[in-house]
Design a protein around this ligand. Structure first.
Ligand code: MSP
Length: 510
């Protein structure tokens, strides 16, 4: 079997409920996965949950329950979010699963046997919030930056992974593979980080301090550092150690937020893979943050939008549309309910929703519910055709280059054009005319509106799969499984039946 297109999201921390940042990353990845599948590519899409570590252990202690109980509840929450959002992941990996523990332990054992992991005494500072050791470099004017939370002094023995010996190799790898990090300007952050000498990575935590983790295979007094454990999920879920691994690895895209590019994904992960003799991921797709009044939305500061609330009110596709239309991949974006509602009302309810309900309405009134065939081509039709052929040529490139916000902007400009065309043709007037030519114009208008809508549904389907399927059904068209043969303007709908009148995006529900 040939290699699959492997795309992953970060795995979410099991220390709080999902919010818009988690939802966005999954939707973005899903749009790419769906676009690839429609392009005829075989896709393996993986997401999951990151369950070990101090934060989960501490929450469990606070609540007087076992850590796994917290994780089980959150796993259900995160997985139902995926379902509600219509995310088409092929696998969902939890780091507490046996398959994952086995891979983490085998990887650790291999590195230990290769002499890449050694034990040493450490005396220094440790940030509980970040679950990492910090050095004097991170202290400003004697104080630790807020992001580190409580910092304690520790003296302990630990195991270290020899990162530092790979520093030159990594710099060279990033410099000579310009397209490995998207957007490219993020490579500069990584290269900046690599200007300082790399310290070896402490990959263990003594059990007295942290017991909620994967035990080191060569020393039962320790568990694995949560980032080392979490990164390995990508190969576990790709079938590491089995035949399927060859079909999946390397990852084509690791989709992650900008906060976890450097050092975990762009430094630790490539070095871990290199040390294991595995191939490098082809790309990291690094998205920005959803902000609320300029701050990152996160659980700790209470600026959280619960995506499920919006989905319940507006439906999954409206939410998917909003985040993909609003965010320029790689940049930050501000979330506000006003913005959400205004996009919902103007783009979805007014432009797309109206076009559909007008068409269905007129289809029943003026064409006895049967989609007519177009029979004339005048200036009005030529304008629509020219607009479509321009869009068709650009849309694929925009999708391929992650310019989804632009792709949607152009698609909705086309939908607006279809509405303009309808106004111009005014079928309600044509229906009153006795002239044969006007009858042909009427039939043609309904046929053009239908075909334009069908094509819009096809190109919207990676972003709004449910809505696209509904629209196609209302036009008596087959569900779409591939773009091939579906993006040409034609009259395949002629003779089919218009569906019953319906409102795709009800207004003022909130
Ligand atoms: N568990 C780690 C990832 C391990 S991957 C081997 C983690 N988890 S997280 O729950 O904090 O974040 C998961 C993903 O959500 C990250 O890619 C992160 O960047 C993204 N987001 C979290 N908050 C975000 C926003 N406010 N906006 C957009 N995405 C952000 O990091």
């Amino acid at each position: 079997m040939s290699k699959q297109f492997l795309i992953t999201t970060a795995i979410d921390y099991a220390n709080g409920s999902p919010h818009i940042g988690h939802a966005y990353e999954k939707i973005l990845t899903d749009v790419i996965a769906r676009h690839k599948r429609l392009s005829g590519v075989s896709v393996q899409f993986i997401t999951g949950l990151d369950e070990h570590g101090q934060k989960v252990q501490m929450s469990a202690e606070k609540q007087g329950v076992e850590p796994i109980e917290i994780c089980d509840v959150l796993a259900v929450e995160f997985q139902s979010l995926c379902k509600r959002l219509n995310v088409s992941n092929n696998d969902y990996i939890r780091t507490t699963e046996t398959r994952h523990k086995k891979v983490v332990q085998s990887v650790l054992q291999q590195l230990f046997d290769q002499g890449q992991i050694y034990k040493a005494d450490y005396n220094g500072f440790y940030s509980i919030r970040q679950e990492q050791f910090v050095t004097e470099k991170e202290r400003e004017n004697g104080a630790w930056s807020e992001i580190y939370g409580e910092v304690i002094e520790v003296t302990e023995s630990n195991y270290f992974f020899k990162l530092s010996q790979y520093q030159d190799w990594l710099i060279d790898f990033i410099k000579s593979n310009e397209s490995v990090i998207y957007p490219r300007f993020r490579s500069a952050d990584v290269l900046n980080f690599l200007k300082e000498p790399l310290n070896d990575l402490c990959i263990s935590r003594p059990k007295e301090r942290l017991s909620w983790g994967i035990e080191l295979p060569f020393d039962s007094g320790f568990v694995t550092y949560v980032w080392f454990d979490a990164l390995v999920n990508y190969i576990t879920a790709s079938g590491y150690g089995s035949e399927t691994f060859k079909e999946n690895w390397p990852a084509d895209y690791h989709v992650i937020g900008k906060d976890i590019l450097s050092p975990p994904h762009a430094v630790y992960w490539p070095i871990m893979l290199k040390a294991l003799g595995l191939e490098m991921p082809k790309h990291f797709l690094v998205h920005g943050w959803w902000l609320s009044s300029g701050s990152k939305m996160s659980k700790s500061d209470g600026h959280v939008v619960n995506p499920l609330d919006l989905i319940d009110t507006y439906g999954p596709d409206a939410f998917r549309y909003f985040v993909i239309r609003e965010m320029n991949v790689g940049q930050d974006s501000e979330f506000s309910l006003d913005l959400f509602q205004s996009r919902y009302n103007s783009d979805l309810a007014n432009d797309l929703g109206n076009l559909v309900s007008r068409l269905l309405n007129m289809g029943q009134r003026f064409a006895d519910g049967t989609i007519p065939k177009s029979s004339i081509k005048e200036a009005e039709e030529l304008t629509v055709l020219a607009h479509w052929s321009e869009l068709k040529d650009r849309i694929f490139d925009l999708y391929e280059n992650f310019q989804f916000h632009k792709a949607l902007e152009l698609t909705f400009a086309f939908i607006a054009e279809l509405n303009r065309y309808t106004e111009l043709r005014a079928p309600w007037k044509l229906a009153k005319s006795e002239f044969e030519e006007d009858k042909q114009r009427l039939a043609t208008t309904l046929a053009y509106m239908s075909e334009g809508l069908r094509l819009s549904a096809v190109i919207l389907s990676p972003v709004m799969p449910d809505i696209a399927a509904k629209v196609l059904k209302l036009l008596d068209a087959e569900p779409i499984n591939a773009y091939e043969g579906q993006l040409e303007w034609g009259d395949s709908l002629a003779g089919g039946s218009f569906g019953e009148k319906m409102i795709l995006f009800p207004k003022n529900e909130a």
